[in-house]
Design a protein around this ligand. Structure first.
Ligand code: FCB
Length: 432
């Protein structure tokens, strides 16, 4: 079987990681704008790829590659720079971006929250404060009213695991807190915000919406494809302590209307009703398998290579994530992120020879094809990322882009892997 005819081959990015213009046109600071000492090499996201001013050039490059879709996020701080106060200029930027994408024939996919919490909201407790549900809905309403004539794909959240667990418990992502006793409150607030946003979007969108969210899906590859091996891996991925924390705790309430073990006392029947408002797809961000990793060696236990961030490169995790998610939740899957960091440089010939990323693409897209061949509804694949960008606390070291960015000059160079990806797109996945 081939990829479906309307398969959405695309790429992804997020506002904080590429836009820059951190204090322009009425925008307020986000928790990442003030992350200061937590960012490597004293760097910041204030200019990033300057996409805010260069979006036309960037969309032209996407068009050159033949992308069918582009997943980006709206920065809450541009839209609601003060509590209860909107900023029309912020909406204008995203309307222009969407218009540019549409005229290039590229389907825009909007993530409503990719971690850029306004500092004003953080000062009032951020995700710990139940009022955030209303603040978030007010923001979502402004965005949906402004963009939904042209935008059909909506993701309420990117990787809740990270902006709750890493940000409020482990303290290694903004706002860098160790608020372990607030963890369940944060999670409940996020789940309610998600469910209410789904119902709101469904109600006010000007064109029929497709709504989901993007999960940081860390799933296990089974040891064997016998029945027992499959069951064991699925259990580990969703209901074991690790699996519940990384997948089940979030998705079970959303897609099954059931609280996982940890949340049983936290979510009422009414909460679950709100949280489980029907969605249209599940987005999965897939980078590496959850199987035990051997961090100090160059290769994984099974001899698989690793990327510049030491992440194991094993395409099978994309197949298993898609399959396990589909078997548990029975919803179409959109691959919302998948990619690798590589020490890419522009060579003397003016090109970026990132062979490793070509191998990566072949490996992961072949694995995704297995899922498609087996009849699992996979709607699209958004490579992370369109541009090299600000990789959170690791700043500008890890280069994930299909397009190289020289941060001194902001010059963009299409990498050789992107040319390969363009061929995959042009042949709808035939030429792998
Ligand atoms: C994901 C994030 C994305 C990017 C990639 C590398 O966890 O959603 O913003 O940082 O990892």
């Amino acid at each position: 079987m081939a990829f479906p005819e309307n398969f959405l081959w695309g790429a992804a990015a997020s506002a904080t990681q590429i836009e820059g213009a951190w204090d322009e046109d009425g925008k307020c600071p986000s928790i990442w704008d003030v992350a200061g000492k937590h960012i490597e090499n004293g760097q910041d996201c204030h200019t990033a790829c300057d996409h805010y001013h260069r979006y036309k050039e960037d969309v032209a490059l996407m068009k050159e590659l033949g992308l069918k879709s582009y997943r980006f996020s709206v920065n809450w701080c541009r839209i609601m720079p003060e509590k209860g106060k909107g900023n029309p200029k912020g909406l204008v930027f995203y309307r222009n971006l969407v218009a540019e994408l549409r005229s290039a024939g590229i389907e825009p996919m909007v993530t409503l929250y990719h971690w850029d919490l306004p500092v004003w909201a953080d000062k009032e407790g951020g995700w710990k404060n139940q009022k955030i549900v209303d603040w978030y809905l007010e923001y979502v309403q402004a965005v949906v009213e402004a963009l939904s004539d042209q935008v059909h794909f909506w993701m309420t959240f990117n990787e809740p695991q990270v902006f709750i667990m890493s940000a409020y418990v482990l303290g290694n992502f903004a706002p860098f807190q160790h608020a372990i006793f607030s963890f369940k409150n944060c999670l409940r607030n996020m789940l309610l915000a998600h469910g209410k946003a789904v119902s709101l979007i469904r109600k006010i969108a000007k064109t029929p919406p497709k709504i989901g969210l993007a999960m940081a899906s860390t799933n296990y590859i089974p040891d064997s494809e016998e029945e027992a091996g499959l069951r064991d891996a699925a259990e580990k991925s969703f209901t074991s302590q690790v699996g519940e924390g990384s997948n089940g705790m979030y998705m079970d309430p959303i897609a099954l209307g059931k609280a996982s073990k940890m949340l049983r006392r936290k979510l009422s029947a009414e909460d679950l009703r709100i949280i489980s408002a029907p969605i249209d797809f599940i987005g999965v961000n897939v980078y590496q398998p959850a199987n035990p990793l051997f961090k100090d060696t160059k290769y994984s236990a099974e001899g698989k290579p690793k990327s510049a961030l030491n992440w194991v490169i094993d395409g099978r995790c994309l197949y298993w994530t898609i399959r396990q998610y589909y078997e548990r939740y029975h919803l179409p899957i959109l691959v919302t992120e998948n990619g690798m960091a590589n020490p890419d440089e522009v060579g003397p010939d003016g090109k970026v020879h990132d062979d490793m990323r070509e191998t990566f693409l072949k490996d992961f897209i072949s694995a995704m094809k297995r899922a498609v061949d087996e009849g699992i509804p996979v709607v699209g694949y958004q490579h992370w990322s369109i541009l090299d960008n600000f990789e959170w606390c690791s700043a500008y070291g890890p280069r994930f882009g299909l397009i190289h960015v020289d941060y001194q000059t902001q010059k963009r160079t299409i990498k050789e892997s992107a040319r390969y990806y363009a061929r995959i797109i042009a042949t709808n996945g035939e030429d792998l």
